[in-house]
Design a protein around this ligand. Structure first.
Ligand code: ATP
Ligand code: MG
Length: 407
């Protein structure tokens, strides 16, 4: 894509009233726009990243044999009255209408599955969606980390008995770690024991360590797990170790054995007449967008992992009025497109070299290619990885091969 074609622009100044780094960078770099507190538009660049996060999550869910659906956001009051959750704080209600906006989907998925899971032969089954949730969040001050409207992946599984749920739950745990590893968050994301509610001893959160986090976790370096405040009690619940490290963290996902909490009120029963056993598993998609920015940025801007970068390559034309540079650069742009290398081409003529390079750092595309009179004099382009300090020259006729090895 040509940068001159983007309707969005980068901004030099931090947006006023935006305290979090993730929102500051994402707004300045033109990835998101804030409509109001906790409510954001995904702009072309931000949407490209979110789609890539969704694709990774989708691959991992499909590998668990889960089937994708899309449930509604508009929920009739009676399904929420069935479980006694119509009056929870999170729910936005439509004034004078018997509807609320979906903040989670147990009340939709459970009666849905009742229509189809008719015998033990139909079990187990797992279903997920990637969908917009609405939640009345009083503390929406952390940019994309806590939205009043946000995108979540929610997976629900249904089993004949507890053992079968336990097996599936372990597989989901692995799949979640695959997701975080693929986003370069694997090293700083801890499986965290949290309270399990009425039906199981623990639930599990996935907590990514960063000072921007709203949660506090206690890490046991012996077990390589953590516990949250409710569970830690000064010692590791798994091995009793009392040397726990306290860290701030963002909850990027959680998994929960619901057992019969929702299958019972909706009468979703197995052939033996007992309610099915259920699990639910969430990942915050837009929260992950913000988390990657918080964890992987530096003082110049964002540093996208290759797996979710909006483009693989940022091609930057520094022409200083030279027709030769313009022609060569657009030739390189055409070649990269033909080779299906995702490229953002900064062809803007009104910007100085300094402005373009600052924008490139702010936007955080993994590889920067500069074409200038100086590089052309050596039949070369200058290449620099966003994570590195040093640039190097690569001959133009070797560029495609170089990129095939490095993007
Ligand atoms: P939190 O404790 O942060 O409020 P939660 O326990 O309410 O999270 P769940 O209802 O389990 O979260 O939602 C599943 C996932 O969705 C969370 O792990 C998180 O990653 C994400 N999520 C929850 N609330 C929000 C929000 N307001 N904005 C963005 N993502 C969210
Ligand atoms: Mg919450």
């Amino acid at each position: 894509m040509k940068q001159s074609h983007l309707f969005t622009k980068t901004q030099k100044e931090n947006p006023s009233g935006e305290m979090s780094i993730n929102a500051q960078y994402l707004i300045r770099a033109g990835f998101v726009d804030k409509l109001s507190s906790g409510v954001y538009t995904l702009l072309p660049l931000g949407l490209r990243v979110v789609k890539k996060i969704q694709d990774i999550v989708r691959e991992e869910m499909d590998a668990l044999d889960a089937q994708e659906i899309l449930m509604p956001s508009l929920h009739p009051k009676e399904i929420w009255e069935t479980t006694g959750r119509w009056n929870v704080e999170e729910m936005y209600k439509i004034e004078n209408e018997p509807y609320g906006l979906g903040w989670t989907h147990e009340e939709v998925i459970t009666p849905l599955m009742k229509k189809f899971l008719l015998s033990n032969k139909d079990l187990p089954k797992a279903v997920y969606q990637i969908q917009t949730k609405f939640r009345n969040e009083p503390r929406a001050k952390s940019g994309l980390l806590r939205g009043k409207e946000f995108i979540m992946k929610d997976l629900y599984s249904f089993h004949e008995n507890q053992d079968d749920l336990d097996d599936y739950y372990e597989k989901v745990k692995e799949a979640y770690f695959n997701v975080y590893r693929r986003l370069n968050l694997g090293d700083v994301t801890f499986l965290t024991l949290a309270s399990g509610g009425t039906f199981s001893k623990y639930s599990h959160e996935f907590q990514t360590i960063t000072d921007a986090g709203e949660d506090v976790i206690y890490i046991c370096h012996k077990c390589k797990i953590a516990a949250n405040k409710e569970v830690a009690g000064g010692t590791c619940p798994q091995c009793g170790n009392s040397e726990l490290e306290e860290k701030k963290a963002i909850e990027v996902g959680n998994i929960f054995k619901l057992s019969t909490k929702y299958t019972s009120p909706f009468n979703l029963l197995a052939q033996n007449g007992k309610p099915l056993v259920m699990g639910c598993y969430g990942i915050g998609i837009t929260r992950l967008l913000g988390t990657v920015v918080e964890v992987l940025s530096d003082n110049k801007g964002v540093i996208w992992p290759k797996s979710i970068a909006p483009f693989a390559v940022h091609l930057i034309q520094i022409d200083g009025g030279s027709i030769d540079v313009v022609e060569k650069c657009s030739e390189i742009y055409e070649i990269l497109q033909k080779e299906r290398i995702e490229v953002l081409y900064d062809n803007r003529s009104e910007k100085t070299a300094g402005e373009k390079l600052n924008d490139a750092d702010l936007m955080g595309i993994p590889l920067r290619i500069v074409v200038s009179q100086k590089t052309l004099a050596a039949n070369s382009v200058e290449i620099k990885a966003r994570v590195e300090m040093e640039a190097s020259l690569v001959k133009i006729n070797e560029l495609v091969n170089y990129l095939k090895r490095n993007v």
